[in-house]
Design a protein around this ligand. Structure first.
Ligand code: B1M
Length: 213
């Protein structure tokens, strides 16, 4: 197998035997983000497919998630860090009912490596918890992540609840179940402030940079 195929395989098989040596090897050729968005994500997509086909059980997907998390943690010190003043504060959450946090945590790493102060509220965050945190932390941007189809709907509800609480800070949304179209036609109309869709973590950083400048 090629290096790229081996990297994807660690994720699919949920094994770390040889993983870190291969990550070191990959770092000679690729940037950390290219490794994550390329072979590791390809592995995760395969896991999603196999799971959908009932060829994997949740416990196995959890092991794959563990490999992904360990890889991201291993690569993190190698990522570019901007030596800048604090650009702004971002409150991050995976929405109510959703436990997926690998993408959100990647967004946290990328934002904090690029001058943002990030308050990560974790997973299954109820709108009320988010509203309380907005009042306490006074962020510049609210970032919401969700991977389930029902999470997209939950973002609509969250936007309505934020609006009812008279909050109109920019919201950045991302996650596999979302699209730009859904964001623009279903979430944004329910909210007074801006709602922007980020297709990946880097795009999240670009949008955040545009928002705070
Ligand atoms: Co689940 N899961 N899962 N899962 N899981 C999916 C999402 C699914 C598509 C798999 C499938 O069936 N093909 C499917 C959703 C179906 C649907 O609703 N359409 C699914 C399901 C069904 C479920 C359960 C319901 C399974 C069950 O229990 N029967 C259950 C849900 C529990 C719940 O949430 N209430 C469940 C559980 C789990 C595990 C716990 C086992 C595990 C998560 C572990 C964890 O996160 N700690 C898991 C995993 C790993 C996946 C897949 C395989 C991989 C997700 C992932 O981590 N990708 C996933 C299939 C897939 O996506 N291919 C699947 C890697 C990550 C880096 O990508 O999070 O998309 P992602 O983030 C991307 C972008 O989306 C974006 O940036 C990142 C890239 O740079 N992004 C943002 C994300 N958030 C952002 C926020 C931003 C900006 C960008 O700004 C704020």
């Amino acid at each position: 197998l090629s290096l790229e195929e081996r990297l994807a395989r660690y994720v699919v098989e949920g094994t770390k035997d040889g993983l870190f040596e291969d990550l070191d090897e990959a770092l000679k050729k690729y940037t950390p983000l290219d490794i994550i968005n390329g072979p590791l994500m390809a592995g995760m997509d395969e896991v999603g497919r196999l799971f959908n086909d009932n060829q994997l059980i949740v416990a196995e997907v959890l092991q794959s998630a563990e490999v992904m998390k360990a890889s991201v943690a291993y690569l993190e010190p190698h990522m570019d860090k901007a030596e800048t003043h604090t650009k702004g504060k971002v409150l991050l959450a995976t929405v109510k009912g959703d436990v997926h946090d690998i993408g959100k945590n990647l967004v946290e790493i990328i934002l904090s490596n690029n001058g943002y102060e990030v308050v990560n509220l974790g997973i299954k965050v109820q709108p009320e918890t988010l509203i309380e945190a907005v009042r306490k932390e006074k962020p510049d941007i609210i970032g919401l992540s969700g991977l389930l189809v029902k999470s997209a709907q939950q973002m609509v509800i969250t936007a309505q609840d934020l609006k009812a609480a008279k909050i109109d800070l920019p919201i950045l949304v991302g996650g596999a179940a979302l699209t730009r179209k859904f964001t623009e036609t279903r979430i944004a109309p329910e909210y007074d402030g801006l709602v922007l869709y980020a297709k990946d973590a880097m795009n999240g950083l670009e949008l955040a940079n545009r928002l705070v400048n």
